[in-house]
Design a protein around this ligand. Sequence first.
Ligand code: PLP
Length: 404
Amino acid sequence: MEPAAGMKMAEAIELSESVNRIGASQTMAVAAAAEQLKSRGVDVADFGAGEPDFPTPEHIKRAAIKALDENRTKYTSTAGILPLRQAICDWHAAQLGSSYQPSEVVVTAGGKHAVFNSICALVNEGDEVVISSPYWVSYPDMVKYAGGRPVFIATHEERNFCPRPSDVEAALTGRTRIVIVNSPSNPAGAVVPREEFAKILGLCERRGVWLLSDECYSHFVYGEAKPFSVASLPEAKGRVIVAGSFSKTFAMTGWRLGYTMSPQPLAAAITKLQSQSTSNSTSISQYAGLEAMRGPMDSVAAMLAEYDRRRQRIVAGLRAIPGVTCAMPQGAFYAFPNISAHLNAAVPDDIALSKQLLEREHVAVVPGTAFGAPGHLRISYATSMDRIDEGLRRMGRFFGRSLG
Ligand code: PLP
């Protein structure tokens, strides 16, 4: 079909209001542009991907192969196999100090699905969801899809983009339904200190608001910090929903495995929603996940050590570029430099700059605007040290020219 005919047909299709309220993920758009260049044989220094460059650990892969050999390839219960839900409770208790029962756990097709299902199970038309900015790209669209209204609170580079409890409080209204906290965060690597998390939880309790804790990067924290879950606080359970993921912790992005932990009636609602949409997450992935939860954690420690080395290198390299500032990420695997000093009439914003950076130097990054933070770039350092050095060389050349 000719593209023009395709466009006409798309215009003629009347889509639902809910789907028209959302946009396509901008991180996916960058990936597509970089892929196109790579397919033409161009050597792209790719800092776009939000996924570990490490393979899934061997013992987890072997568990999946065994599951296949044993024909564990049929439907499971919607909320996931009981041994996995139990293992998630045990792992979360041992690693992060919570205390949940399998009836409070729903296994999902990834952390994204866990956040989506939680929002869809709770948000009514016109409800507000508080999100700190810069935010993970999907939160606002998920809220809009459910008919809610995202309410953004600003964070600042000087505080490593960590949300302030007082700003959360100021954003709460009679319509607030959920506060989302993502610590460590994508895209800024912000880690909310325990005392501040406790304050945000206290606010949620007093105001009857849910605290959705996206723990996708829980195990990637640097320096003295230890993995922390707000669900470990004694008063948390009635007001907290944990959205967890196997994707980053165990380098399992393609397996599509995550979970929610919440009070049982909410878990039942999420299960109901899932039973009428996706059903259970992939059976084979669930058996792999069971091994991830029960097996050794040394691969996680090894990945963290390597991410830390890369973090130091990329932040030092970015800070050495004139006109670029960069907060030190406290967790996850992203640097979030401020490049606003390099914007001008010819390159008016971070979107134009990212485009030029890709075209001229073949460096793929994600514009900060995608995360609600214009003037910044998200640089994933889940890539080899060689690629980091090459990318820094190219960025140095690009920005040097732009200031000159
Ligand atoms: N939450 C955050 C903050 C993320 O960055 C991501 C992925 O990039 C997810 C959730 C979802 O990951 P997945 O659906 O692969 O578990």
